[in-house]
Design a protein around this ligand. Sequence first.
Ligand code: DGL
Length: 256
Amino acid sequence: MQKEIRKKDIGIFDSGIGGVTVLREIIKILPNESYIYFSDSKNNPYGDKTKGEIIKRCEEIFEILLKRDCKAIVIACNTASSIAANYLRKKYKDIPIIAIEPAYKMVYDYAYDKNTLVMATKGTIESERFNLLFHKYDNHKTKILECVGLADVIEEGNKDKIKKYLEENIGKYRGKIENVVLGCTHYPLVQEEIGQVLGKNIRFFNGANRLAVHLKDILTKENLIGDNERKIEFIDSSNKKEKEERFYKFLEEEDL
Ligand code: DGL
């Protein structure tokens, strides 16, 4: 007998609107679901926070999403995933938790011999989880860059500031890099601008598509796949109208 499907929503969260780059990939693969997206812009950036602060925030967001009866939770933030995912999985055993991580293994699988730049937050880069991943798949041609403040600049959305930040921080790699791992969910929003600074023919690696496939596998296995009219609810912890507008604008940019 089919298990009754009561819980409908997939909860997804990030420190801000960056996780929209993950949601876009999920919707392509799971179009008939309803989503609750939680943007924690009141508390961002996560990248410079302590482990304890990030875990506490993740627990608070989990409680909000669980009260809304979500059937699965996606951590669409590399920083939160790398610091808190293991802890959250132990604490919340009854709900599938799907966590993004920098797509460094894809470099190992598809472009091992190429010069690689991993861009991520300080929190991600210093985490044990990222270090295990990096040492397992190290191609010995990789530079790792802590992009302190970049997620904030992207969140703010000022194009000139974004260009200036990138020029000042990654300009030194121009012509020297072939692969870029976008290790923060905000960075795909400025992929084009990163390419303009680094030069042509950069191959970008982003874990969002893999995460979406994995989420679908898990929902299928648990008999939780929905057949709903698509609905996307946006909640922002600072209640800023402009965040909501930019979030939906980024969603509309894709042909979903
Ligand atoms: N978007 C987040 C990530 O993937 C965090 C950015 C931040 O708040 O520092 O790491």
